[in-house]
Design a protein around this ligand. Sequence first.
Ligand SMILES: Nc1ncnc2c1ncn2[C@@H]1O[C@H](COP(=O)(O)OP(=O)(O)O)[C@@H](O)[C@H]1O
Ligand SMILES: [Mg+2]
Length: 266
Amino acid sequence: MSEPLLSLHGIGKSYGAVEAVRGVDLDIRAGEVLALCGDNGAGKSSLVKIIAGAQPQTTGTLRLRGAAVTFHSPQDALRHGIATIYQDLALAPRLSIAQNIFLGSELTHGPFGLPFPRLLDKRGMMAAAREFLQRLNLPLADMATPVERLSGGQRQAVAIARALRWQAELIIMDEPTAALGVKETAEVLGLIRRLNAEGKTVLLVSHNMADVCAVATRVAIMKAGRKAVDRPIAGLDPDTLAHMVMTGQENAGQHLPAGRGSMTAL
Ligand SMILES: Nc1ncnc2c1ncn2[C@@H]1O[C@H](COP(=O)(O)OP(=O)(O)O)[C@@H](O)[C@H]1O
Ligand SMILES: [Mg+2]
């Protein structure tokens, strides 16, 4: 098997006396959609923040394609190809779609093809923004539209387009559908499939077992800071997965109704 894109070895995180993450080993393989599940307080967000460069781990090491790395900030992780989309999306509502995608990393050009002075390349940003959204199969008419006029699903697309602008290889999404309705959830799942079809690797933190079964290729379940389960999604349905999250155990046989022993299940 090829080298993992990112691997975690013995990752731990303590906040004072609280051990939020304990000795987690986890491989993230290029091209997979890995779901990270677990009850509230299991340590998912703490782990994600470490991978995203938003906070340092207390113990353990990260390896990016086999080489030990330390991310000192989210920008640093982004430069290494890891983009994180938090629930609040961190978009500027008054700014346009294009401005949001290029926020803090605007395209510039010189006049008449000259190198100086650097001017904002508005047309270039509009065109590139349009192309990113087309790649996500979400063509929107006007890239000058303020983000506050977009639906929840469209805003997710803008946040993802920003990750594409950085050519991120690993895109982390923490509970992307938690605040969305049925239609918008379907849109976001479509975006994740689209990213994956483009070859992007996705780490999806989710409480929604139906979403996980619909888009993930593998699932890691955390329980009280530890990784309790790590397996392919194939053969799992949302109920079985919910049971695993609850118990922190993979033994699906225990999920069978009374009266049906494991022998019958075989
Ligand atoms: N900044 C923090 N300071 C103190 N405790 C924290 C902090 N962040 C998280 N925790 C604690 O760490 C544990 C794991 O939290 P978290 O990583 O947010 O879990 P999850 O995302 O799975 O709900 C919880 O007990 C939580 O209260
Ligand atoms: Mg969380």
